[in-house]
Ligand binder design. Structure first.
Ligand SMILES: N[C@@H](CCC(=O)N[C@@H](CS)C(=O)NCC(=O)O)C(=O)O
Length: 225
């Protein structure tokens, strides 16, 4: 029973990162397929998966295609009930679902102003009021999640789908050196120091870009080790 995961770029595609973490972090068997997100071949590459048209997309072992990250997450959790993809406690589980749904639907100012990039840290990014409001809301949700926390450094203690959904937010907080609380910064460090995240980033670093997408015209420093 092997899943087929279709993703785009590793350095810039936040949704691809989420999709990959959903399988990788829970030890689910999968084959990875690259779609030409920036090469101009995306529409053709996606044709066999129609009507899915964005990455990530998932093909189940029976051939069923699932688009949209939230649908992929729920399907994988349903098919792998022992993988612990959602928190075990019902209240924590409901809250984790809420956090994932709000991630999919929200934080448009942060997402628009700070496109995910895992290349370097941008210095001197000017935080607008809208971005500040998104950061505050994210911190409110993370603090709420901590009220359900069992042992472990993740949002709900043990790693859950909520952590996969918020990994690109952590990458933005780090990659734009955003002003967040110590609690948030500690969680971001946990995320980017995790072996799976580091493996993903290292694979992405093998590709060079000229010109560099999403150049903010800011000074940069190396991504933290
Ligand atoms: N709502 C989708 C978002 C997926 C998405 O926006 N993926 C981007 C890559 S990060 C994409 O495929 N963009 C290509 C395009 O918009 O044509 C999900 O939850 O999976």
């Amino acid at each position: 029973m092997t899943y087929d995961l279709y993703i785009g770029d590793r350095t810039f595609s936040s949704w691809s990162l989420r999709g990959w973490l959903m399988l990788e972090k829970f030890g689910l068997p999968f084959r990875n397929h690259m779609i030409g997100l920036y090469s101009g071949t995306m529409a053709d590459d996606m044709t066999p998966l129609a009507p899915a048209r964005l990455v990530p997309a998932l093909q189940l072992p029976d051939g069923t295609v699932v688009g949209e990250s939230l649908a992929m997450a729920e399907t994988l959790a349903e098919q792998n009930p022992k993988a612990g993809m959602w928190p075990a406690d019902p209240a924590a589980r409901a809250t984790a679902r809420w956090l994932c749904a709000e991630m999919v639907a929200g934080f448009t100012a942060l997402r628009g102003a700070c496109p995910m990039q895992l290349q370097h840290v941008n210095e001197g990014f000017e935080v607008t009021d809208d971005v500040r409001a998104d950061l505050d809301r994210i911190e409110t949700l993370w603090t709420h999640a901590a009220g359900f926390r069992t042992d472990g450094p993740w949002l709900f203690g043990a790693y859950s789908l909520a952590d996969a959904f918020y990994a690109p937010v952590c990458a933005r907080m780090i990659g734009y050196d955003l002003p967040v609380s110590d609690m948030a910064r500690t969680y971001c460090r946990t995320t980017i120091q995790d072996v799976a995240f580091q493996t993903w980033r290292a694979e992405g670093q093998k590709i060079t870009y000229d010109p560099f997408p999403y150049d903010m015209g800011l000074n940069t420093r190396p991504w933290p080790a």
